[in-house]
Write a protein that binds this ligand. Structure first.
Ligand SMILES: [Zn+2]
Length: 182
């Protein structure tokens, strides 16, 4: 739990009606959270907490990328994340979460948003997530011999880069090539 203590938002002792937080989450964050869908990633997270008559509105901004498994080839792939989500929090007697509003005990007056960050991120992953056409290792087997060769050399040079301009240019080349061959 200690690793995620940095994600505690102190609501009770807010000195102004708006407070901002900023974090950078990385692989350590995802391994500490131990969520089922995401084990690795890199995200910039910003939260703006707004207090209005007993309710706290936490506006999350998530930007970066996480690693998920491609449905087609089962290899890791990068999933870009760019999202804005809102969480409403009130103070009460006991902890409660009814889906729309989270209640945290007033005697504590704090909420740890690590799991919320994880959940909001996981919600951004599309139901079906596959490498874009031409970038999936399982895809090359269905291409013509010519372009399969190009694909293989591309794969070697692409490394981990999610979006490589060289790749895109070559992909276009491969695509136009295979369409003219037909
Ligand atoms: Zn794939």
């Amino acid at each position: 739990m200690g690793k995620l203590d940095g994600y505690i938002v102190d609501l009770k002792s807010m000195t102004s009606d708006t407070v901002s937080y900023r974090w950078h989450t990385d692989n350590d964050f995802f391994s500490a959270v131990q969520g089922p869908e995401i084990q690795r990633g890199s995200l910039d997270v910003a939260i703006r907490v707004k207090r209005t008559s007993g309710t706290y509105e936490l506006a999350f901004q998530l930007q970066g990328e996480v690693e998920v498994t491609c449905d087609r080839c089962l290899e890791p792939m990068s999933q870009p994340i760019d999202a804005q989500c809102t969480l409403r929090v009130t103070l009460g007697d006991d902890y409660a979460d009814d889906g729309d509003v989270v209640t945290v005990p007033e005697r504590e007056g704090t909420i740890n948003v690590a799991w919320n960050i994880y959940e909001f991120t996981a919600l951004q992953i599309p139901l079906r997530h596959v490498h874009p056409d031409g970038k999936c290792p399982a895809w090359s087997s269905s291409l013509s011999p010519d372009s399969a060769g190009a694909e293989a050399s591309l794969r070697e040079s692409s490394g981990e880069a999610a979006s490589d301009p060289r790749w895109d240019a070559l992909k276009k080349l491969v695509n136009s090539k295979s369409s003219t061959v037909k």
